[in-house]
Design a binder for this molecule. Structure first.
Ligand SMILES: NC(=O)c1ccc[n+]([C@@H]2O[C@H](COP(=O)([O-])OP(=O)(O)OC[C@H]3O[C@@H](n4cnc5c(N)ncnc54)[C@H](OP(=O)(O)O)[C@@H]3O)[C@@H](O)[C@H]2O)c1
Length: 331
């Protein structure tokens, strides 16, 4: 990346700016960031709006309340002055500083991950940290090996769609998906799921466990769980002895009604996963693996590309659950 720190942006740029906690950002003119020592200026080509961005901007999460105003966006994809494409993380909303939802971002050189030529920047932005989480939760934390059976909960989401495809790429024998939205079933089969189980608001643990087990054709080795709540407790009952459930989110509930007999009876492992624990090297390796699969046409995820000046409305659809696909902003 030699020479890439030579880019000088214009004095002012367009950016999404959060001015009040819990409210969508607005598109504003703002000074282009000046890279500090060890940083470079990245011209952003695409950046997603994710659940983590909304959590940070809410100001009421365990992450603390970010100082206002700030540019949100915990990740992005862009180009350096000398041309190469890069994926980059930011700490926007978790630490002082601005993020990726802008025309330019100042990023630590050590955090940049080079992307293969010709890869679709919008797709990489859509996959981003969600696919990193799916990949690392399956492989590093979940220790998935070829020939094992996998159950993916919340499979219609970005993490879930990525997990279905990545489990296949690792060599899973059978991949079963579970999703709330009825329209997701066909899409998930096309992405590689052998069976799709609808999740319902009135599911109880024994009933859902029976449906999951039937769809999976018996017990499974690994559950990938972004939901927690009843779906996680039901999925736990579908694990074979020594099986693992990796939780990475609580979209269906902050607690789950696990029972001791199921846990100890199968010597099961319930594991937590967070991207925050990844080393820089692990994160870069995961992004590189994801970008390679995406470049080869083996990995995709539904996404909806919107221009930066529509960021307020786009953010709102993510907030009220009506987005339907990962929103990617193009400055
Ligand atoms: N631990 C980590 O490092 C990490 C990294 C990335 C993401 N996450 C977390 O993982 C979760 C999913 O992320 P994502 O990027 O896939 O988000 P997303 O694209 O917004 O998808 C959310 C998924 O959750 C489902 N869902 C929401 N509420 C539900 C409920 N009450 N019951 C059942 N399903 C429900 C949605 O189903 P519908 O399609 O039917 O709405 C969708 O499948 C989030 O909680 C996110 O914060 C964690």
């Amino acid at each position: 990346m030699a020479g890439s720190d030579m880019m000088a942006g214009p004095d002012m740029m367009s950016a999404a700016v959060v001015t009040r906690h819990g409210e969508p950002p607005v598109c504003r003119r703002r000074p282009t960031p000046t890279p500090a020592g060890g940083q470079v200026l990245v011209r952003v080509s695409a950046a997603p709006i994710t659940p983590l961005d909304l959590l940070c901007a809410s100001g009421s999460s365990y992450l603390g309340a970010p100082a206002l105003p700030y540019v949100p966006g915990v990740q992005g994809v862009g180009t350096l002055a000398d041309g190469p494409g890069v994926w980059f993380p930011t700490r926007a909303g978790m630490a002082p500083g601005d993020g990726g939802l802008a025309e330019y971002a100042a990023v630590a050189v050590a955090d940049l991950v080079p992307l293969p030529d010709g890869v679709d920047h919008r797709l990489i932005a859509a996959l981003g940290y969600s696919a990193v989480a799916a990949w690392c939760a399956l492989t590093m934390r979940g220790e998935l090996i070829a020939g094992e059976d996998v159950l993916v909960l919340g499979a219609s989401g970005t993490v879930g769609q990525a997990a279905v495809q990545l489990a296949r790429l690792v060599g899973a024998r059978r991949v079963t998906a579970a999703a709330r939205s009825a329209t997701a079933a066909e899409r998930l089969r096309a992405l590689g799921a052998d069976a799709v189980v609808p999740l319902r608001a009135d599911d109880d643990v024994p009933g859902l466990a029976a449906r999951l087990r039937e769809a999976a054709g018996g017990p499974v080795d690994l559950v990938l769980d972004p939901l927690f709540g009843v779906p996680a407790a039901a999925a736990l009952r579908v694990l074979r002895a020594g099986g693992r459930l990796v939780n990475l989110g609580g979209s269906a509930g902050p607690t789950a009604p696990f029972d001791s007999a199921t846990l100890r009876g199968g010597s099961l492992r319930v594991l937590g996963y967070t991207n925050n624990e990844l080393t820089r090297q692990q994160r870069a390796a995961a992004v590189a693996a994801i970008a390679g699969h995406a470049r080869a046409g083996r990995l995709t995820v539904d996404h909806d590309v919107r221009p930066l000046d529509e960021v307020t409305a786009a953010w709102q659809t993510q907030a009220d659950g009506s987005a339907g696909a990962r929103i990617v902003i193009t400055p």
